[in-house]
Write a protein that binds this ligand. Sequence first.
Ligand code: SF4
Ligand code: SF4
Length: 502
Amino acid sequence: MKTFIPAEYEVVRDFNLCTACRLCENQCANGVHSYDEKRGVMVADSLQCVNCHRCVCVCPTHALKIAKSADCYRPNENWSSQTMNEVYRQAETGGVLLSSMGNPGKYPVYFDKLLVNASQVTNPPIDPLREPMETRVFLGKKDVEIKRDISGRLIDTMPPQLNLKLPVMFSAMSYGSISYNAHEALARAAEICGTFYNTGEGGLHRDFYKYSKNTIVQVASGRFGVHSEYLSAAAAIEIKMGQGAKPGIGGHLPGMKISDDVSRTRMIPKGVDAISPAPHHDIYSIEDLRQLIYTIKEATDYSKPVIVKIAAVHNVAAIASGVARSGADIIAIDGFRGGTGASPTRIRDNVGIPVELALAQVDERLRQEGIRDCVSIIVGGSVRSSADVVKAVALGADACYIGTAALLALGCHLCRSCHTGKCNWGIATQREDLVKRLNPDEGCKRLVNLLSAWNLEIQEMMGGMGINSIEALRGNRLMLRGVGLNETELRILGVRHAGENV
Ligand code: SF4
Ligand code: SF4
């Protein structure tokens, strides 16, 4: 018995406008559109549509739109159509449901419940067009005390730092998960903007060694593509202990995305699913983590900061405290809305906590323990705009990672089907015909535009608060007020309610 699962989306074609040019057919990797020779018209198989909007955007006559399907089950507040379809699918396949991108569930987005302060009268705002505004940040362990030699000169004992022109970096996205052209666009944009991109657990393609000054390389549990040259090439090395989209499990790259080139870069077989283990098999304690950190430092001559990436989970503050004491220079906290190329749907949608709460707790705990300056904090997992960056910094972050926003800049339409390898926008695919659709020059330009625009907005918001540097904003929670939050949420975030005076 096979249950008919109705289409989620409906392809609506205006036949008065359609010229049957077949461009939509040619552009859709999901095989939605075709030409009916007998009737002489274009037809659509809506069941295959993932709503990536490629056809809508390329149609020269604007004849197409995609609508939410009207075909629905009897309304039921408990059993949504999606839940029913998922049960049908699993009853047929016996398999784990896979998804991509971040948790789309109806959980509170705390960034949207926080409002930023503005200066008035006695503490006047600063005009960023006319006065200097410092958005540069240095990530890494800071010296606890300033030391001078006998003649008063500063003794520089500062451990290695990452020097960013603005507090935004591109988060870990592996070659394999995303295309060569997407990777190239990210690397080049990072170089132009004076920031960093991150290889994820996919290794570093030979062609991208030239961007190594702006590259963070990742060491994940599968150790894919990790070798001494890879470590030496990087500006910083990130140990991935957890990922916001799938805390508690390893990475997953579906076999159809493992091309010759990806297999060479990752040092894994072609065409076979690459599933990295849930734990690092040599890390079962903070002491073990410390060993790996110092092995990496030793291998790279203590010349690069080491980042430890953890997922935002229930006891994240205690974990971060351990990580800070393990010798890490930077902690990256990844929230449950963070993107992924492929994740079990149930994990993505039900595991982890909002990153805003995790960040506030980690910053608070490290301050209370007097070790906040021993590490920098990067936060990621659905940082969507410059306002989110400002709020994250005020909650205690030194800098933010952006992934989904960067992919949107490259043309992603959030269809959440990256795991199929059929990204019509040339981003999350290895199919040569699809990869070509993303022009790396154009992609790089759009990413540079995005970061430049955010940097201007960050300066404007800081100026409005009467603050002229990211350093002065970091952890400055008096600059935030909550709206519609309960006492517990306000306490965890460490902010007052809107309308409450200092
Ligand atoms: S791209 Fe537009 S005009 Fe061309 S066949 Fe498709 S719907 Fe018709
Ligand atoms: S990267 Fe491509 S496949 Fe993934 S969500 Fe965006 S448009 Fe869809």
